[in-house]
Structure formats: structure tokens, C-alpha cells
Design a protein around this ligand. Structure first.
Ligand code: GDP
Ligand code: MG
Length: 166
């Protein structure tokens, strides 16, 4: 199997940590191109019989000028060309304006969008359900997967779930 996965989320939610965890020692490509690139291939998850390309999406935040607006639209258009979009949030923080801005854009994406609740090591398990209910009211997600990118909890399950969409 092979496929393409975009990762989106506001700064500091753990996108890079997840990418490093996924790609691990098997780093194939680490792009150091500036934010002007349309897509940034961050890493390729490979096993003997599969290859999943993870793409970090630069610039999805409320633009301050028209060029920024163009960059957001460009990044968004790529979401319809991938197999899965991972929307990463930090469960240890309240849903904020940055998350809401991204959700408003994701509502119009045709590809399956996963809600990935990161940093579960920072909250009590009982806190997860209300957080999930809150996000579910905002939009419908194809899958909801809680993980800790830092500790590696449930990251294998995330990859398994992605596989179902390739
Ligand atoms: P990015 O801006 O979305 O790429 O976020 P980073 O991957 O750079 O992570 C931002 C901060 O959150 C770093 O200090 C990470 O160590 C931390 N972080 C990332 N994932 C986790 C997690 O699962 N649990 C905890 N406790 N911290 C995390
Ligand atoms: Mg990063």
C-alpha cells in the first residue's frame, strides 16, 4: 500500500514530534525549503510493502495580508489530493481561535479528515470524552484518534487506521 497524508494544526500541537515518531530512524526526506513551498514533504513511513508520505502543511493560520490568503488557499487545495488529512490538536489546551479557523477550512475538504488528539499524557482519561464531544459539534470527522506523539502512545493504532483509507 502507499498513500499521502497531510498534517495540519496550529503551532506547537506536536506536528513535528509526530512526524519524527512516525518516520523514526527511517528518515527518507527532510525538506528544509522555506515556507514558500506548496507542500513540504516531511517524511516517508516505509515498511517492506508500504510507503506513506507525510506532508506538513505550512501556513494554515489566519492570514494578515492577501499573499497569506493565497498561501492558505494553495495549502487547502492540496487537502483534496491526499488520502487522509490529520488535524492535530493539543488536548491539554482549550480549543482556540487558531483551531476554529482551521476547522472552518476543513469542513469543505473532500478527503477524510481525522481528528488527532495529541498530548493525552497531559490529561486525565476522564477529560477526553468532553473534549471529543466539543470537537464533534464543530464538524464531522472520519476518525478520532487520541495519541501521545511524545511518548508514542497509540501512534501504531493511528497508522493502522490510516491504512484503512489507502
Ligand atoms: P509543532 O509546532 O506542531 O510542530 O509542535 P512540536 O512537535 O514542535 O511540539 C511542540 C511542543 O510540544 C514540544 O515541546 C514537544 O516536545 C511537545 N509535545 C509534542 N507532542 C507531545 C505529547 O504527546 N505530549 C507532551 N506532553 N508534549 C508533546
Ligand atoms: Mg513543527
Amino acid at each position: 500500500k502507499s498513500g499521502f497524508v497531510s498534517i495540519v494544526g496550529r503551532p506547537n500541537v506536536g506536528k513535528s514530534t509526530l512526524l519524527n515518531r512516525l518516520v523514526g530512524q527511517k528518515i527518507a526526506i527532510m525538506s528544509d525549503k522555506a515556507q514558500t513551498t506548496r507542500n513540504k514533504i516531511q517524511g516517508i513511513y516505509t515498511t517492506d510493502d508500504e510507503q506513506i508520505v507525510f506532508i506538513d502543511t505550512p501556513g494554515i493560520h489566519k492570514p494578515k495580508h492577501r499573499l497569506g490568503d493565497f498561501m492558505v488557499e494553495t495549502a487547502l487545495s492540496t487537502f483534496n489530493e491526499v488520502d487522509v488529512v490529520l488535524f492535530l490538536v493539543n488536548v491539554a489546551e482549550k480549543r482556540g481561535a487558531g483551531d476554529n479557523y482551521i476547522i472552518d477550512k476543513l469542513k469543505y475538504v473532500e478527503s477524510p479528515v481525522f481528528l488527532v488528539l495529541n498530548k493525552i499524557d497531559q490529561v486525565h482519561p476522564d477529560e477526553l470524552l468532553p473534549i471529543i464531544e466539543d470537537y464533534n459539534k464543530q464538524m464531522e470527522f472520519a476518525e478520532i484518534v487520541p495519541i501521545s506523539a511524545m511518548e508514542g502512545n497509540n501512534v501504531d493504532h493511528l497508522v493502522d487506521t490510516i491504512r484503512n483509507y489507502l
